[in-house]
Write a protein that binds this ligand. Structure first.
Ligand code: C2E
Ligand code: MG
Length: 588
């Protein structure tokens, strides 16, 4: 009897064990299937799998997990709960254990959260999360799968924005390009092959838009697409990414030299293609090029780096093509960070205006100042404009900086007048983008009205190069500014070769002669002759001449003898904060 009971109990145990095993296997299969759901065909976006003990010690983590969760400092066995945080809504932050507590009450089992923000140190990532409370190596544990979906969200954003085919040129769009590139790199990786990417830009395209209109530039873009389409074959394909930026992909290349050769050939054919169509206008092009896998392993890195190379190529007038350089890795990321910092710097009022005196060479007294922006960066200290102006111009944030400087100068001028100081002329630097893209005159007019300040003290400096970029537009905007009573100067005069005809047309009040001409003026006969000619020309056109960057007594004396009206430079004073400049004004 007892033996019978023991046998039945054992059998029962075996059955239970088999059922448990089945259940366990089913669970594992279920888990595998779930994990499979996360499997992405792109091997560069593999899901991250981490197994935590119930106390959130890391029991195991795959390669992607270590990378995504920055688990590298955590050796197995260390607790990682506090390092992984999730954000729901705008501000609510939960650790992994809190998220598990919260959702276990709701789901009573496997937790699956789609498109949740995960915070890792100061980064935010969009992820899908799968958490299973299960046994691992016979220990109660949480098997967590994180799928980084940032690139998928970007893809769906691109699709929304651009569609699959570009409406104007019928070329595949930016969205299609990023999809195709991610497929191409998988094959190239498998077959150990290289791919080259050529990103084209039409030089001066933005100016052409405003000078010749959209009709002209649209037909230009259509012709460009036609040129590229004719070159397509099973190893070559073209796309329009945005505006004048076309991407051309050539598979199976061998070396950098071959890429450069293809680039030059493309550029040559492009120039002759266009010159045979529009004989009246000479077009030039810039090409930025990158190679897979040397310069990036997925579409977003490759395209980002192609844009950096394109910028380099535009900067170099001697060459139409630039290959991405390894030293530039991370440049875009740093720049993106700096752009964000400029934005918050503007919000937090970290920018400040310094004033550099301008001296009248006859009376030798201060008659004005140039307002120069500085950035009191919370970590890097006082930053000069060369650290941020270019980026501010490229990102459009220069408009915000310009607004701040203008408002600051007008209110400072008002304060000085109220304190009984004599009015001096203040010059504010203006970037092309501010003049061409922003309702500057209206804004200024309103500010002068609100502050009841007479605009005649206010001067705008625009570089000769920027002013000449689009003469029609500059002429139009300058005339409006002149009408509201503002003075205008051409900065860095002598560096961009504007014609006398252009100078006569523009309502300019002052020429600011560039430092390059004045550097050795006391010793350089040719520079003296050039400067003399500039003075004669300026005076004939009723303009004043300001000499910039004067550092020595010798330079100063030569300028006085050559009939220069005003000067600015370290010999008088470096740019100084408002209070220091005010002290100079009081003592003048
Ligand atoms: P800029 O308009 O040519 O300004 C004159 C620059 O020459 C200033 O540099 C000034 O500090 C420097 N300088 C003046 N005297 C001397 C001298 O005797 N020797 C030497 N070596 N340098 C001298 P800073 O302040 O670094 O500004 C650089 C440029 O940044 C400016 O060149 C201007 O183009 C731009 N910038 C400055 N503030 C603003 C702004 O508010 N808006 C815009 N759009 N650009 C600005
Ligand atoms: Mg200036």
């Amino acid at each position: 009897m007892l033996i019978g009971i023991v046998i039945v109990a054992t059998l029962l145990m075996v059955v239970i064990l088999v059922m448990m095993r089945k259940h366990y296997l089913k669970k594992i299969t279920h888990l595998r299937e779930e994990i499979k759901v996360f499997k992405n065909s792109n091997e560069y976006q593999e899901e991250a799998v981490v197994i935590f003990s119930e106390n959130f010690e890391v029991l195991s983590a795959n390669r992607s997990a270590k990378k995504l969760l920055q688990l590298e400092p955590y050796r197995q066995g260390e607790v990682a709960d506090k390092a992984i945080k999730f954000q729901e809504g705008k501000s609510e932050i939960f650790t992994l254990s809190e998220i598990i507590d919260k959702y276990t009450q709701i789901t009573k089992g496997t937790i699956r959260l789609d498109n949740i923000s995960m915070l890792i140190e100061d980064h935010k990532k969009s992820v899908n999360v799968y958490i299973d409370h299960s046994k691992w190596n016979s220990q109660d544990s949480y098997i967590c799968v994180f799928q980084d979906i940032s690139s998928e969200l970007l893809e769906s954003e691109l699709k929304k924005q651009f569609g699959e085919v570009d409406f104007l040129t019928n070329l595949p769009s930016q969205f299609q390009a990023s999809r195709d590139i991610n497929q191409l790199v998988i094959t190239a990786q498998r077959e150990n092959k290289k791919i080259s990417f050529f990103l084209f830009g039409i030089d001066n395209f933005e100016n052409m838009k405003s000078s010749f209109g959209f009709g002209y530039t649209n037909s230009l873009l259509k012709n460009f697409a036609e040129f590229l389409k004719n070159l397509d074959n099973d190893k070559r394909s073209s796309y329009r990414l945005e505006s004048d930026n076309f991407l051309y992909i050539v598979e199976d290349i061998i070396s950098e030299d071959e890429v450069i050769e293809i680039g030059y050939e493309l550029n040559k054919n492009l120039v002759s293609f266009f010159s045979s169509r529009s004989k009246d206008r000479e077009l030039s092009f810039s090409i930025g090029s990158v190679i897979f896998p040397d310069h990036g392993r997925n579409s977003s890195k490759l395209i980002d780096h192609a844009y950096i190379a394109l910028m380099e190529s535009k900067k170099d007038p001697k060459s139409s093509i630039a290959l991405f350089k390894k030293e530039q890795f991370g440049v875009r990321d740093n720049e993106k960070k700096l752009v964000e910092e400029i934005k918050s710097g503007l919000k937090n009022r970290e920018f400040e205006v310094y004033y550099q005196p301008i001296i009248d060479l006859r009376s030798t007294s201060i008659v004005g100042a140039e307002a120069l922006v500085r950035w009191n960066h919370p970590e890097l200290g006082l930053l000069m404009p060369n650290r941020f102006i270019r980026l501010a111009e490229e990102s459009g944030l220069i408009v915000g900086i310009g607004e701040f400087v203008i408002e600051e100068v007008i209110s400072q001028h008002k304060k000085w007048l109220e304190e009984g100081l004599e009015s001096v002329e203040i010059s504010v630097n203006l970037s092309a983008r501010e003049l061409l893209e922003y309702q500057l005159a209206e804004k200024l007019e309103q500010l002068f009205k609100e502050s009841s300040v007479n605009p005649s003290f206010f001067n705008l400096d625009m570089s000769e190069e920027d002013a000449m970029k689009d003469m029609v537009k500059t002429d139009y905007e300058f005339s409006i500014l002149q009408d509201i009573g503002v003075n205008l100067s051409l900065d860095h005069f002598g560096t961009s070769g504007s014609s006398i005809d252009q100078l006569q047309k523009l309502p300019i009040h002052t020429l600011k002669v560039d430092r390059s001409i004045l550097k050795n003026i006391d010793r350089n006969y040719y520079h003296q002759e050039t400067f003399k000619a500039i003075v004669v020309l300026a005076h004939a056109l009723s303009m004043k001449v300001v000499a910039e960057g004067i550092e020595t007594k010798e330079q100063y004396e030569v300028l006085q003898n050559l009939g220069c009206d005003r000067a600015q430079g370290h010999i008088f004073s470096k740019p100084a904060p408002a209070l220091e400049f005010q002290a100079l004004l009081k003592g003048k």
